[in-house]
Design a protein around this ligand. Structure first.
Ligand code: HEC
Length: 218
C-alpha cells in the first residue's frame, strides 16, 4: 500500500510544478516599486503580445526590460528603419525580413555598400527563448546583441553617437522615447526597445502550439 502513496506524491509534485512554476513568468514581469519606468497598468506588464500564451509557453521577459505596448511599438519602428545604418539604406529587416521568415534568403548577408558578410542570417523567430545569440553564442542577451549589427562596418556601419544624434533630430523618435523611457533617444533605449520588439516575434500561431496550449489549459 505504501507504494501507492508515492504515486500521489508524484502527481501532486507535477501539479505543483505546472501551476506554481508556470505562473512564475508573469509574476516576474510585474513591476517593482524600484523599477525606473513602471508600466501604467497590469495589462502593460504582461508579456506582449502573447498574453494569450500559457505562462509555460510564454518566453521569459527580463525584469530590467519589461514589455509595454509602447516600447514594443518603438522597437518595431527602429527594427524597420534604415536610418539606423550609416547611409540610411540598411535596416535590421533588410537581413531579417518578415517576408523571408525574418531572414534574407541568401547564403550570406549583404550590408551597406553592397558588402558581403561571412555568415548566413538566422531567423529571429523565437529568439526570445534563446539563452545565447549568434551562431557562436557570443551575445548573452538581445539587448547586448542589438547594438552589434548597427556598428558592424559591413552590416549597418553606423557610429552609436552619430546615430543617437541623428534620431534625436527626428521628432517622432524624441516623442516615443520620452513616452517609453522618459528620456531623449539613447543607445540603451534603442537596444531595449529593439529587444522588446524581438521578444514578440514568436511562431505561436501554429496549429501545434494551439493544440499544445489547448491541452494545457482545458
Ligand atoms: C547585413 C545583414 C544584417 C543586418 C543589417 C542585421 N543582421 Fe542580425 N544577423 C545577421 C547575421 C549574418 C547574423 C549571424 C551572425 C553570427 O552568427 O555571427 C545575425 C544574427 C542576429 C541575431 C542572432 C540570432 C540567433 O539566433 O542567434 C539577432 C537577434 C539579430 N541578428 C538581430 C538583428 C537586429 C536587431 C538588427 C538591427 C539592429 C540586425 N540583426 C541587423 C545579419 C544582419
Amino acid at each position: 500500500m505504501k507504494k501507492r502513496r508515492y504515486h500521489w506524491i508524484t502527481f501532486g509534485l507535477i501539479i505543483f510544478l505546472v501551476f506554481f512554476l508556470g505562473w512564475e513568468a508573469p509574476l516576474q514581469a510585474r513591476p517593482k516599486k524600484t523599477d525606473k519606468y513602471p508600466p501604467e497598468t497590469l495589462f502593460d506588464t504582461l508579456p506582449n503580445p502573447p498574453f494569450h500564451l500559457h505562462p509555460l509557453l510564454a518566453p521569459p521577459i527580463p525584469p530590467y526590460n519589461l514589455q509595454t505596448p509602447a516600447k514594443v511599438a518603438l522597437g518595431k519602428m527602429l527594427f524597420f528603419d534604415p536610418r539606423l545604418s550609416r547611409d540610411n539604406t540598411v535596416s535590421c529587416a533588410t537581413c531579417h525580413n518578415p517576408e523571408h521568415g525574418f531572414s534574407d534568403a541568401r547564403p550570406v548577408s549583404i550590408g551597406i555598400d553592397g558588402q558581403k558578410g561571412t555568415r548566413n542570417a538566422p531567423t529571429i523567430f523565437n529568439v526570445a527563448y534563446n539563452k545565447t545569440h549568434f551562431w557562436d553564442g557570443r551575445a548573452g542577451s538581445l539587448e547586448e546583441q542589438a547594438l552589434g549589427p548597427i556598428q558592424n562596418p559591413i552590416e549597418m556601419g553606423e557610429d552609436l553617437n552619430r546615430l543617437v544624434q541623428k534620431l534625436n533630430g527626428v521628432p517622432g523618435y524624441v516623442e516615443a522615447f520620452k513616452k517609453v523611457f522618459g528620456t531623449g533617444v539613447t543607445a540603451d533605449g534603442i537596444a531595449q526597445a529593439i529587444a522588446a520588439f524581438e521578444r514578440t516575434i514568436l511562431s505561436n500561431n501554429s496549429p501545434l502550439i494551439d493544440l499544445w496550449q489547448a491541452m494545457i489549459t482545458h
